[in-house]
Design a binder for this molecule. Structure first.
Ligand code: NAP
Length: 218
């Protein structure tokens, strides 16, 4: 499976501000690029933190593109089944997989089980195990996965060593705040994750950085 991460950050590396809500960092050119990437992906993944903060629908916005490619399957990392039942990601615009662990309450799981497909990949820790989830998605025929965030999720994917490519749009704005989420949060790496800078492109007022990494799933 090809795994690529895409996000937009401020010039100081933040995904959002200290209120952790959705902030408009992408330029219109970047929105367009992201919509194209979504249409090309088999599945698109976020953590439940993003669902709770932004309530994204994770669908392809351009009508022609959606008609041609359809919407990707939406995937949520949600150990404890905290996705609200009225979340946009559970609407009927696309299929949704919610990945939980044994920490999830049975009632919550069955409440999500109607709009979504709830899966429970073997997870030794209290969070969804990334590699076990990718095996499950692989069995479902997912060949390309776009990871959209947030910072905890991106950290887990980098830590698992499964990322092939990372693109980040850097907006010309400084957000600040030590508690604002960054591109890569988590506990931090003792051994840094190496990446190769593949391309630098000016996009509107910002810049798009493209990196390749040593994903190990291909
Ligand atoms: N600018 C952008 O491109 C962009 C894109 C996306 C999000 N964001 C922003 O990012 C922020 C949310 O990021 P976040 O880091 O707080 O949350 P997140 O990465 O969206 O979700 C993290 C949550 O997912 C669950 N999870 C389950 N398994 C996991 C695993 N293996 N690894 C990591 N998480 C796992 C955990 O909750 P449980 O333990 O309850 O399962 C965890 O707290 C928001 O402010 C949002 O606006 C920005």
């Amino acid at each position: 499976m090809y795994v690529f991460v895409n996000a937009a950050v401020s010039a100081d590396g933040k995904l959002s501000d200290i209120r952790r809500g959705q902030v408009a960092l992408s330029s219109s050119e970047d929105f367009e690029r992201v919509d194209r990437l979504r249409a090309e992906a088999d599945a698109i993944l976020v953590g439940v933190g993003t669902v709770l903060a932004d309530d994204p629908s994770l669908t392809v916005k351009d009508d022609d593109r959606r008609a041609e490619d359809g919407n990707p399957t939406r995937v949520v990392l949600d150990s404890r089944a905290r996705t609200p039942t009225d979340a946009a990601v559970l609407d009927d615009e696309a299929e949704t997989v919610v990945a939980v662990t044994d920490e999830a309450d049975d009632e919550r799981v069955s409440a999500l089980g109607n709009p979504a497909d709830v899966v429970r990949p073997e997870s030794p820790d209290d969070r969804v195990d990334v590699r076990a989830l990718l095996d499950e998605l692989d069995r479902r025929g997912v060949e390309s996965l776009m990871v959209e965030g947030g910072g905890e999720t991106i950290a887990s994917f980098l830590d698992a060593g499964v990322v092939d490519e990372l693109t980040v749009y850097v907006a010309p704005v400084f957000v600040g705040g030590r508690d604002a989420p960054t591109l890569v949060d988590g506990d931090g790496f003792v051994e840094y994750v190496d990446a190769t800078l593949r391309d630098v492109e000016r996009l509107g007022e910002g810049v798009l950085l493209s990196y390749s990494l040593n994903g190990s799933l291909n």
